[in-house]
Design a protein around this ligand. Structure first.
Ligand code: SR1
Ligand code: MG
Length: 435
């Protein structure tokens, strides 16, 4: 049965896109020349949408269109087109606070559910770069600018109450995409669910242990509840290395279709979880064991840089612009007030840290046992080696969820990741010596 779509909607393709662009003079002018000369390629590698790059003699554009179904699965999973409306609103809102960290939006079409943006060049999707072992020296500095500014400036710490509520209101309707997160991250991996998949039979017992761990399920339920109820800031909602485009000196956050008002730790944690997962995947991408040790060090230094940089910049923004209705300056006058505010900031950031570790762990488990996996692990061809990397991901993921409150700093998290890897490598070397 054909999927129902709103009147006027049709999916674009390489053949029809030039004529549509030619009907929009401000877009055609950016490309230059005649439509017949424009080169169009569909480059979407995400789970949901169509993405075209169009190149003309004067310039290039990126055209993103929502499909009425989940691309990863096909038409059997219908999905509302409105997600691109939320992506447009979130991208342009985030651009107010971190303009250099998001792509410039040139056009939005509410009938075709199309957003036209600058083509990011020579950027690559960060996950592609990390698969190849590329270091991005300014990544932590850039992404913490984005995280601190966007999360701070959309929160009640920065905004008057009515303004925050007005900003939050439209995102209450992003129910389908929030529902995907609620199911795929916080429920599916902990239940018997037809959508789940993992490296089998190698991880069958590990998946069963995760499903049967009542303490873990309760901790994940707490994370899910906070995700659903803690409307702290306008999140990106899907901040992993596939949603970031990079060069050595530029970082742009794309794909904000999962945006909604939620707990700050979700954005920070999803990113940390993806970097930690990438660290454990390195064994599957090196020619000889240890060849990527320097890269592992960079990834863990980046994990530390992301948390420490975010916390420092967020506190600094609070000191300079904390005039929102939640913690009004009138309550923190004099020396004792300043001391109280400092303690409050520390408590607030400790809570975000705890949330972030939990969400990092949940992201790591869902990418190993749930529906949507990461190329970091999927590209490891040898299933035995892949499963060993995935087992490390599951081990740390579980610990982060269960013991988020016990880690006294991000350095304890990276130390644990280093120790798990070192232990695994020593056992692997001992095995190969015996063989
Ligand atoms: C059905 S969509 C699967 C996943 O893709 C996106 O990147 C989100 O992470 C979502 O959970
Ligand atoms: Mg995406």
């Amino acid at each position: 049965m054909a999927l129902e779509v709103p009147a006027g909607y049709r999916p674009l393709d390489e053949r029809t896109l030039p004529a549509w662009l030619a009907d929009h003079p401000h877009l055609a002018a950016r490309l230059g020349g005649e439509p017949a000369a424009w080169r169009v390629s569909e480059v979407g590698d995400g789970n949901l949408n169509l993405v075209f790059v169009v190149e003309g003699p004067a310039g290039a554009l990126c055209v993103k269109q929502a499909l009425p179904y989940v691309r990863l699965v096909g038409e059997s999973w219908p999905l509302g087109l409105a997600r691109i409306v939320f992506e447009h609103l979130a991208t342009t809102t985030h651009a107010r606070f971190a303009p250099e960290r998001v792509p410039e939006v040139h056009h939005f079409d509410p009938v075709l559910y199309v957003m036209v943006m600058e083509r990011l060049h020579p950027h690559v999707v960060m996950r592609q770069g990390t698969l190849e072992g590329v270091v991005y020296p300014r990544f932590a500095e850039h992404i913490t600018d984005y995280l601190a500014r966007v999360l701070f400036h959309t929160s009640d710490i920065a905004l008057p109450g009515p303004e925050k509520k007005r900003l939050a209101k439209p995102f209450l309707d992003n129910v389908e995409l929030c529902g995907i997160t609620e199911d795929l991250i916080f429920t599916d991996p902990y239940t018997v669910c037809a959508r789940n998949r993992w490296t089998s039979p190698q991880l069958d017992a590990d998946a069963a242990l995760i499903r049967e761990d009542a303490r873990l399920r309760a901790a994940v339920a707490r994370l899910k509840y906070r995700f659903m109820t803690a409307a702290q800031a306008l999140l990106h909602g899907d901040l992993h290395t596939g949603s970031i485009m990079v060069t050595a000196d530029s970082t742009k956050v794309i794909d904000a279709e999962f945006a909604f008002y939620g707990p700050m730790g979700f954005d920070v944690g999803k990113l940390l979880g993806n970097l930690l997962l990438c660290h454990f995947a390195q064994a599957g991408h090196e020619e000889v064991p240890g060849a990527r040790d320097a890269y592992r060090d960079w990834l863990l230094a980046t994990v530390e840089g992301v948390w420490n940089g975010f916390a420092r910049k967020f506190r600094d923004l609070w000191d300079r612009h904390g005039t929102g209705d939640a913690f009004p300056p009138a309550l923190f006058t004099g020396e004792s007030g300043a001391r109280a505010l400092r303690r409050l900031q520390e408590d607030f950031l400790a809570e975000v840290f705890r949330d972030a570790l939990g969400y990092a762990g949940a992201s790591m488990i869902r990418r190993t046992l749930g529906l949507a996996h990461n190329a970091d692990l999927e590209r490891i061809e040898d299933p035995d080696l892949r499963a060993e990397c995935e087992r490390l991901v599951l081990t740390l993921g579980r610990e982060l969820i269960l013991h988020a409150g016990d880690f006294r700093g991000i350095e304890e998290v990276t130390a644990r990741a280093r120790a798990l890897y070192a232990h695994w490598r020593a056992r692997r070397e001992a095995r190969s010596t015996r063989a």
